[in-house]
Ligand binder design. Structure first.
Ligand SMILES: Cc1cc2nc3c(=O)[nH]c(=O)nc-3n(C[C@H](O)[C@H](O)[C@H](O)COP(=O)(O)OP(=O)(O)OC[C@H]3O[C@@H](n4cnc5c(N)ncnc54)[C@H](O)[C@@H]3O)c2cc1C
Length: 377
C-alpha cells in the first residue's frame, strides 16, 4: 500500500460509483479511494444483472445512460482488454391482463428507441421457450446489451491508480471530522485527510452522511434476489434475449451458457451483506415456470444485492448544502453500472467546480434532477 494519507479528494466506497468518480477525479487531482472490504465490488456492484438498457428507468436515468453509451461501446485505448458491451436484446412480454401496462410502456418509450411490436405468435417466434398461450404481446428492443461489469469496474480502478489515485482496501470508515476547511477520515486502517470527501458508500451512504453531520437523503436499500440455473435441456441459450415481464414480475437472462432468473423484487432492507430469501426464490421459480415451457431444476447459485433508491428513484450527485466539502454520490438504484461512465465524470466535474461537459447537456442530463437539495424541497 502507498503510504499517502493526504489528498485533494477522499472517495469512500470502491464500488462502480466510487471507482468511476475516483478515475475521473484522478485525471486532475490526487485521490485516496477507501474501501471497507478486501475486494472492491463485493457488494452491489458484484451482484448485478449486468445489463445496459437505454430504455430502463426514469428520464434522468435514461439521459445518463445515453451519455454513457459512447464510453461503453468504445472505451478509451488501454482501458480494457475485452469489449465492455456485447449484443443481447430485450424482449418485454405481457399477458392478456397486462396489455394496458404494455401500452403504457410503449407510449412512454415510443420517442426513444426502435422497437418491434409483437403479438403472442411473434413473441414465440422470437423466444420459443415462452409457454404457448402465455404472452399476448411483446416489445423487442435490440439496443439492450450485456455489460462486462468486471472489465468496466477493473478498468476504472486500473486507470485511476495509473493516474493519481491510491486505493486503500480493508479500511472501514469509522468517523468523519471537519478540520478547518477540510476533513479527517478515521478508518480501521489509519487516518486520511483531504479538503473534500465523496460519499460513494452505496447502501451505506446515509450512514456516512450521518457521520459527517449532513442532511439525510432518505436512501432506502431494496433487496433484489437472483439465481442461476443450468440451461434447460442443455439448450444453447447464449443467443436468447433477456425476457422481462412488462410489470417487472420477473426476468430471465442468459449468462455464460446458463440462465439468470430474478423475481425483480424490491424489498425494503437495511445496509448489510444481504442474503437471498427462500421465499423470493420460490416466487421466482413459480413465475418463471408459469411463463416458460421449461422446469427450473437445480439452482446452481443464488444471491441478493441491495439496489438503493431515494424517493424519486434518481441518483444524488452534488455537494451537501449543510456540510462544506461533503459530496453525495448515491442512490444509483438499479442503474448504477450502465450510468457509471457519465455519473463518474459528472461527479468529478462538480467536485472540482467545473461545468457539466457539453456532451452530457446535449443528452439531456439536468443537474437539478440530481441535486441533493431537490430531496428537501
Ligand atoms: C440483482 C441486481 C441486478 C442489477 N442489475 C443491474 C443492471 O443490469 N444494470 C445496472 O446498471 N445496474 C444494475 N444493478 C444496480 C447496480 O448494481 C448498482 O446501482 C451499483 O452497483 C451501485 O454501485 P455503488 O458503487 O453505489 O455501490 P456498491 O457496489 O455497494 O459500493 C459501495 C461500497 O462502499 C463501501 N462502503 C460502505 N460503507 C463503507 C465504510 N464505512 N467505509 C469504507 N467503505 C464503505 C462498501 O463496502 C461497498 O464496496 C443491479 C443490482 C442488483 C442487486
Amino acid at each position: 500500500m502507498n503510504d499517502r494519507t493526504r489528498a485533494d479528494v477522499i472517495v469512500i466506497g470502491a464500488g462502480i460509483a466510487g471507482a468511476s468518480a475516483a478515475d475521473a477525479l484522478a485525471a486532475d487531482c490526487s485521490v485516496v479511494l477507501i474501501e471497507r472490504e478486501s475486494q472492491p465490488g463485493y457488494h452491489t456492484t458484484g451482484r448485478s444483472a449486468a445489463l445496459f438498457a437505454p430504455v430502463y428507468g426514469p428520464a434522468p436515468i435514461r439521459a445518463l445512460t445515453r451519455a454513457s453509451a459512447a464510453f461503453m461501446s468504445s472505451p478509451p485505448e488501454g482501458f480494457s482488454d475485452n469489449p465492455i458491451l456485447s449484443a443481447r436484446g430485450a424482449l418485454f412480454i405481457a399477458r392478456e391482463d397486462q396489455l394496458q401496462a404494455m401500452q403504457a410502456l410503449h407510449d412512454e418509450l415510443r420517442a426513444e428507441g426502435n422497437f418491434e411490436e409483437l403479438d403472442g405468435t411473434g413473441v414465440r417466434q422470437l423466444q420459443p421457450s415462452v409457454r404457448d398461450g402465455y404472452a399476448a404481446a411483446g416489445l423487442y428492443d435490440v439496443n439492450c446489451e450485456d455489460i462486462d461489469v468486471a472489465a468496466l469496474h477493473q478498468g476504472f480502478l486500473r486507470r485511476a491508480r495509473a493516474r493519481d489515485c491510491t486505493l486503500v482496501t480493508s479500511a472501514e470508515v469509522l468517523s468523519l471530522e471537519q478540520l478547518g476547511d477540510g476533513w479527517r477520515v478515521q478508518t480501521s486502517a489509519g487516518r486520511f485527510e483531504a479538503p473534500r470527501v465523496v460519499n460513494a458508500a452505496g447502501a451505506w451512504a446515509d450512514v456516512l452522511g450521518q457521520m459527517a453531520g449532513a442532511e439525510p437523503i432518505g436512501l432506502i436499500p431494496k433487496r433484489r434476489t437472483a439465481m442461476q440455473i443450468a440451461a434447460p435441456d442443455g439448450a444453447a441459450v447464449g443467443g436468447w434475449p433477456i425476457v422481462v415481464d412488462v410489470e417487472e414480475e420477473f426476468y430471465v437472462k442468459p449468462v455464460a451458457g446458463q440462465l439468470l432468473l430474478s423475481p425483480a423484487n424490491e424489498d425494503h432492507d437495511v445496509p448489510c451483506d444481504v442474503q437471498p430469501d427462500e421465499l423470493d426464490i420460490a416466487i421466482c421459480v413459480d413465475r418463471v415456470e408459469r411463463a416458460f415451457a421449461f422446469r427450473v431444476g437445480r439452482i446452481e447459485t443464488r444471491w441478493a444485492g441491495l439496489r438503493s433508491f431515494v424517493a424519486d428513484k434518481c441518483p444524488v450527485a452534488g455537494y451537501s448544502a449543510e456540510v462544506p466539502g461533503f459530496f453525495w454520490l448515491a442512490g444509483q438504484g438499479g442503474y448504477g453500472i450502465q450510468t457509471s461512465p457519465a455519473l463518474g465524470a459528472l461527479a468529478a466535474a462538480l467536485v472540482l467546480g467545473e461545468p457539466l461537459p457539453q456532451t452530457m447537456v446535449d443528452e439531456g442530463v439536468d443537474l437539478a434532477t440530481l441535486a441533493p437539495e431537490r430531496l428537501s424541497a
